[in-house]
Write a protein that binds this ligand. Sequence first.
Ligand code: NAD
Length: 334
Amino acid sequence: MIKVAVNGYGTIGKRVADAVSKQPDMKLIGVTKMTPNFEAVQAIKKGIRLYTSKENMKVFEGVGIKVEGDVESLLEEADVIVDATPNGVGAKYRQTYQKLGKKAVFQGGEKADVAQLSFSALCNFEEALGKDSLRVVSCNTTGILRVLCTTMKTGKIAKVRGVIVRRAADLKEVKKGPINALVADPASIPSHHTLDVKSVLRDLDIMTAAVVAPTNLMHLHTLYVTMAERPSKDRLEEVLVRTPRIVLSKSVTSTAELFEAARDAGRERADIPEVVIFQDSINVKDNEVTFMYAVHQESIVVPENVDAIRALMGIRNSMELTNETLGVLKGVFP
Ligand code: NAD
């Protein structure tokens, strides 16, 4: 059993913790949290062992939340640490993980140099095998890379241009905006997603622009992919339909309906870890193919985190098991 500790039990950490608990070859040994909020209470109710900093232990105990010990005492016990702390905090922990001799998975809010390799399972799983640290790229970049690395199976990509409409906040975030504006993010090209994609596909000619929109459900991307040769739309759709973690949607063309469909399907937290490509948006003109697709920011990186744990441990067969245990689909949704 791979002993996994999750450092940072927020939007990503709690989902990764639940996903780890569903793996037959992994044991969730505990999670850490700095704020004694509702997420900490839920962790305890689920029987998850909770840890915090030495200074915080009294605060947690003061509001009746039981903690098992301090952060280091948990990290010492782990084979792999999944760092899901806020942007930039993971980099501060890097030395601690190294000092303890622990393998670590970081998230996309960290700079690429936090880890030995930026990771996207459909693109570079083999390269990640046996590394000491991996960084799962951001939610937007995970979406882009899944689409591009699958498209590459049908032919060489010459260049990519894209527009990313980003959700302004996650559901629980009450202090983020905008509430009534579309914000260029930034008002210069490229957006940071270009660099993030190139941290995995180093030689790709890609340029992205990003806009923040007042919504909290999902992101929506439009990609224009120029292939070296004219692509076959039928072949492309066939490959996309056969690729787990990508689904096509014919009837649903909005993030609101997708979210509702996930709730109707009884999905835990209404999560959609698959990239959802709007089927009618797949359009081929000369050598260019266009895609519009939705990315559920809160859950899309969860399967990749599970695969990253196995890759660090040198285990080759991961993606199928991850998909099966987490119910990640291929084909069509809903
Ligand atoms: P979050 O704020 O929801 O959760 C972070 C958790 O870390 C909180 O529980 C907090 O208590 C805890 N924490 C804070 N300081 C800590 C410390 N010093 N030690 C241990 N724990 C600490 O954040 P999130 O949205 O889950 O983001 C985590 C990472 O995942 C970031 O790198 C982010 O960029 C990335 N990410 C987020 C999303 C998303 O949409 N939320 C998507 C993909 C990737």
